[in-house]
Design a protein around this ligand. Structure first.
Ligand code: PLP
Length: 394
């Protein structure tokens, strides 16, 4: 059966050129980069090249790149690292729509006595920069705001955010896991202090991430151990995956212009096709700047999970916005923060494309989706004139 993979915000296929680049580091160049001998030197060279490739991709200096195990580790290292570097400051600012890698640190920080501000978003998923400005105080240790949202693709105005935060001299971290490879990032011009991204969203393997630390940014190491990464992250380097990430960044940079154009064209084709063929659909973040590959829709009066299962029967892989995978029946915190009605948020689906997505795949979805939605609505107690009236009354 054909597989139509439209879940690239969850993870991506590893590029064959990336596999080819990393393979020798399992079998031939398997030394420890810290070792003095030739085998170690070969591994060290691979890591050094990757550091340059990643730095180039971000517009950064190689010594500002710290390799980690994933985006989650980088987010944790940035937040705990800065808060521990400024122990007298007890205020942390973030948003209500962050990934759990940031959001789930809040209860811990509150238990430790931190005051946390969670900035709100409007119906389109946009931040209010005035709310950000007003939240900052002498006691603010760190602001952490994602670059692009994993569920809706909504892009936050990072230049303006940086202006507001840096004018107060406060460290700024951004989780750019969903931005890297989908929009241009140039840290030569964008004054954020710390930036997170993850290999597996960018056609490198799972289990490798980056924390960018601008020169001069104070950070207490999160993983303490050997002298690796200049003492900023202990642990023997995952050489094959670091090499893979370097190659993936080189390819992402090479393909950036064409893949942005291509993904945006296909995403817009999918969005327009859905809106033309299916009534009662809300496109989340439609009026905000979005990453070119992401389409989050609410199909009113049905459950996103049922829709996902029926799409899956046809080999179409997408994801639902609700947190059902975590065992909760609560709809997505992102859509709730945007004020999407509870009942609509339950019917949310995210399609996320990659540079490999084809027009045929998009058309395959458009061929089958309307019939599936119709079938599910036919058995929905909320659909139809009576159902709609009932829904308005509750
Ligand atoms: N931040 C965002 C915005 C994400 O989308 C993800 C993964 O989905 C992460 C962080 C976590 O990255 P990783 O899976 O590499 O830990």
């Amino acid at each position: 059966m054909r597989l139509v993979y439209l879940d690239n915000n969850a993870t991506t296929r590893v590029d064959p050129e990336v596999v080819e680049a990393m393979a020798p580091y399992f079998t031939e160049r398997y030394g420890n980069p810290s070792s003095m001998h030739q085998s170690g030197a070969l591994a060290h060279k691979g890591v050094a090249l990757a550091r340059e490739q990643v730095a180039q991709f971000l517009g950064a200096h190689p010594d500002e790149i710290i390799f980690t195990s994933c985006g989650t580790e980088s987010d944790n290292a940035a937040i705990h690292g800065v808060l521990n570097a400024y122990p007298d400051k007890r205020h942390f600012v973030t948003t209500r729509v962050e990934h759990p890698a940031v959001l789930n640190q809040i209860p811990y920080l509150k238990r430790k006595g931190y005051r946390v501000t969670e900035l709100s978003v409007d119906r389109d998923g946009n931040l209010d920069l005035e709310e950000l400005r007003a939240s900052l105080t002498e006691d603010t240790a760190l602001v952490s705001i994602m670059y692009a949202n994993n569920e809706t693709g909504v892009i936050f105005p990072m230049e303006e955010i940086a202006q507001v935060v840096k004018s107060r001299g406060i460290p700024l971290h951004t989780d750019a896991v969903q931005a890297a490879g989908k929009i241009p990032i140039n840290l030569g011009k964008l004054p954020v202090d710390l930036l997170t991204f993850s290999g597996h969203k960018l056609h490198a393997p799972k289990g490798i991430g980056v924390l960018y630390q601008r020169r001069g940014t104070r950070l207490v190491p999160f993983m303490v151990g050997g002298h690796q990464e200049k003492g900023r992250r202990g642990g023997t380097e995952n050489v094959p995956y670091i090499v893979a990430l370097g190659k993936a960044c080189e390819l992402a940079q090479q393909h950036l212009g064409s893949s942005i154009r291509r993904m945006a064209e296909l995403r817009d084709r999918l969005q327009q096709g859905i809106l033309e063929r299916i009534p009662n659909v809300i496109v989340n973040g439609a009026n905000a700047p979005r990453t070119p590959n992401t389409l989050s829709c609410c199909f009113e009066y049905i459950e996103g999970e049922s829709l996902l299962l029926l799409l899956n029967d046809l080999g179409i892989c997408a994801s639902s916005g609700s947190a059902c995978t975590s065992g909760s029946l609560e709809p997505s915190h992102v859509l709730r923060a945007m004020g999407v009605p509870y009942t609509a948020a339950h019917g949310s689906i995210r399609f996320s494309l990659s540079r490999y997505t084809t027009e045929e795949e998009v058309d395959f979805v458009l061929e089958h989706l309307p019939g599936i939605v119709e079938r599910l609505r036919a058995i929905s107690p909320f659909w139809g004139r009576e159902g709609a009236a009932f829904r308005r009354a509750v």
